[in-house]
Design a protein around this ligand. Structure first.
Ligand code: HEC
Length: 151
């Protein structure tokens, strides 16, 4: 019992300090309002379509990457936040949405996504994530369905 309580305490402390207090935490992150239309232009300008697909956006003039074609958007069981999208763009190797996708990584485990940090302005980044975010839909976690027996 004593041991269980101790483990619980350590877990709670680790959770508190690692998630909310660390300098790496997304706490306090907030973006100014961006423009969806301007974001679509940024998406085309930086040729994201070379490796990605997005609903209702096409540009035949962009040369497609032969091995990478990742759909951005769709149903997720967790909210895809602005913070997560900013992270995906400025720090692509931070987290892989599909770790099994081997063609997305280099031999040393880094993302093959191009880094645009020295080319993209902050305003462009804000508009870009404003454009991308509505493409993600939150689907509630589905519980096992039990048969309903009326009384
Ligand atoms: C050279 C190919 C390449 C280019 C160009 C590229 N990406 Fe990516 N992108 C990737 C790869 C590979 C991943 C990793 C997929 C994963 O997370 O499993 C990725 C992941 C992402 C993700 C996370 C995916 C998700 O649904 O969680 C976002 C968002 C994203 N890219 C946005 C962009 C944007 C915006 C641009 C243009 C500014 C861009 N990418 C340009 C290859 C590319």
């Amino acid at each position: 019992m004593k041991y269980t309580l101790f483990t619980l305490l350590i877990t709670v402390l680790l959770t508190l300090f690692s998630c909310t207090k660390g300098v790496d935490s997304p706490k306090g992150f907030s973006l100014p309002k961006g423009s969806v239309a301007a974001g679509e232009k940024v998406f085309l300008k930086f040729q994201c379509l070379a490796c990605h697909r997005v609903k209702n956006v096409e540009d035949a003039s962009i040369e497609k990457n032969e091995s990478i074609s990742i759909f951005l958007g769709g149903n997720k069981t967790e909210i895809v936040t602005y913070a997560e999208l900013v992270t995906s763009v400025i720090n692509p190797s931070h987290k892989f949405s599909n770790p099994a996708l081997t063609q997305a990584k280099t031999a040393d485990g880094q993302s093959k996504m191009k880094v645009f940090n020295d080319e993209m302005t902050v305003t462009e980044l804000i508009d870009l994530v404003t454009f991308l975010q509505p493409n993600y839909t939150l689907v509630p976690y589905r519980h096992t369905k039990y048969q309903y027996y009326p009384q």
